[in-house]
Structures are given as structure tokens and as C-alpha cells.
Design a protein around this ligand. Structure first.
Ligand SMILES: Cc1ncc(C[n+]2csc(CCO)c2C)c(N)n1
Length: 234
């Protein structure tokens, strides 16, 4: 356990994250130590699976940008609004373009990328996150968004520390980077602040806490299904 880890052994991205992750340790482990992830680390992941995953992830990021935009709608103050706006901007202006570049290097042109048929696991996950925001408040949305952002931070940091094979080193480096780890700390702090505003200093004692834990767990299970889908290129 490093100095920057919490008692669950993962990175310390915040109090709410540590609690929500601790309430679904088996699912969290299935997500962050999935066969797809192990294959990224040791280089054994078949190239076809990685490319299939990247194409689906291109579609995924569009829905994720929408979900963060919904965060702007559900914000309580200018701080939350600015944080969500920055994430929407990073997703739409940089990350989606980066995906286009990575796919181009892997031999997938923009036309092919745009023609990607969305897989059911992709639909299930992204629509669940969006629905959490539509029917719920800012916290419901953040609980559904957290596994995605923070899980990739935890995966990237762990794989990078384990001397990964060169095959997927660029992918791992993106999520292990100081820039991405900084984003994870910022999102963790955004969530902790949002919790404090709405639920006070003892959020775990409020009636809503279990529902938020459950949302986090459900999104984590949908990440597992997304990796499963990645391992099944048609
Ligand atoms: C299936 C899937 N889950 C998580 C991520 C990671 N991710 C998605 S959006 C974003 C930026 C901030 O929200 C990050 C890091 C991914 N790419 N694909």
C-alpha cells in the first residue's frame, strides 16, 4: 500500500469513493482486475479485442459527454457547474479526438468508427448513467459516473506500477499519467463536496446513502459487462 492509498488498498480519491467502493468489493475487484485488464497489462489481450473495445468506447464517450453535460443541468452552484463544464470540454474537444487518433493508428478510419453499431452492453451502461441523472439529482448522477472515471485511474496506476508489456503501454500511460490521476483527485473532491452540501457531515447515516452505494455498485457491474463485451469481438 502506497502513501497515497486508502484502507481498501486503492488510490485515495476521496471519502465517498472509498465508502462506495468498500460496499461492493467483489464487483469492484471483478471490474478493476478483469481478464481484459490483466491482458492489457501483460500484453496478452488479442489485438482484435482491443480494437473492438476502442470502437465501442468511441460511442461510449459521446454518451459520457452527454452525462457530464447533464451534470451542468443538475449543478447546485458555480463550482459544480465549472467542474462539469471542464469535463464536457475535455471529453468533446480532446478525448474523443484522441480516440480517433488511436483508432486511426490501429487502422480504423473515421467512417468506420462512425459506422460502429452500439453493442447492448454499451447501451445498458450509458443509458443507466444518463437515466441516473434524468430521474435523480446530482449525487445520483455522480454515483453512476464515479466507477468509470475513478476505476480507470485505479487500473492505470496499478498496471503502470507492475512493469507492463509494451503492447498497450500507451493506453496504460494515459490513465497512469499525473494529469489523469489529478483529474481523479479533482472528481473525488467534487463528489465529497457535493455530498457535504446535500447530505451534511455524516452522509452514511442518511436514508439516501444506501441508494447511492447501490448506484455505484450497479455502474461497476456494468463496467464488468463492458469488459466482457470487449473480449467478444464479433
Ligand atoms: C467503458 C469505459 N469506462 C471508463 C472509461 C474512462 N473514461 C470515460 S470518460 C472519461 C473522462 C472523464 O469522464 C474517462 C476517463 C472509458 N473510456 N470507457
Amino acid at each position: 500500500m502506497t502513501a497515497n492509498a486508502d484502507q481498501n488498498g486503492g488510490p485515495a480519491y476521496g471519502r465517498a469513493f472509498a465508502d462506495w467502493r468498500g460496499a461492493c468489493t467483489d464487483d469492484w475487484r471483478a471490474y478493476t482486475r478483469h481478464g481484459f485488464v490483466q491482458g492489457l497489462g501483460d500484453g496478452s489481450l488479442p489485438r482484435a479485442a482491443f480494437i473492438h473495445y476502442l470502437r465501442q468506447d468511441y460511442v461510449f464517450l459521446h454518451h459520457f459527454a452527454r452525462a457530464w453535460a447533464l451534470g451542468i443541468v443538475k449543478s447546485a452552484d458555480i463550482h459544480e457547474m465549472q467542474a462539469c463544464t471542464a469535463t464536457v470540454n475535455a471529453l468533446v474537444q480532446d478525448e474523443i479526438r484522441l480516440h480517433v487518433e488511436v483508432c486511426a493508428k490501429a487502422g480504423i478510419g473515421l467512417d468506420e468508427l462512425e459506422a460502429t453499431a452500439e453493442a447492448p452492453a454499451n447501451m445498458a451502461y450509458t443509458r443507466y448513467v444518463l437515466e441516473s441523472g434524468y430521474s435523480g439529482d446530482f449525487l445520483d448522477l455522480m454515483a453512476a459516473l464515479a466507477p468509470c472515471v475513478l476505476g480507470y485511474g485505479e487500473i492505470g496506476a496499478r498496471l503502470a506500477a507492475g512493469d507492463p508489456a509494451p503492447d498497450y503501454a500507451e493506453w496504460i500511460g494515459t490513465y497512469a499519467s499525473a494529469e489523469y490521476q489529478g483529474l481523479c483527485h479533482d472528481v473525488g473532491a467534487l463528489i465529497d463536496r457535493a455530498v457535504k452540501i446535500r447530505l451534511g457531515d455524516e452522509p452514511a447515516a442518511t436514508p439516501r446513502w444506501q441508494a447511492l452505494q447501490h448506484r455505484f455498485k450497479t455502474a461497476t457491474r456494468l463496467e464488468v459487462a463492458f469488459w466482457d463485451m470487449g473480449l467478444r469481438p464479433e
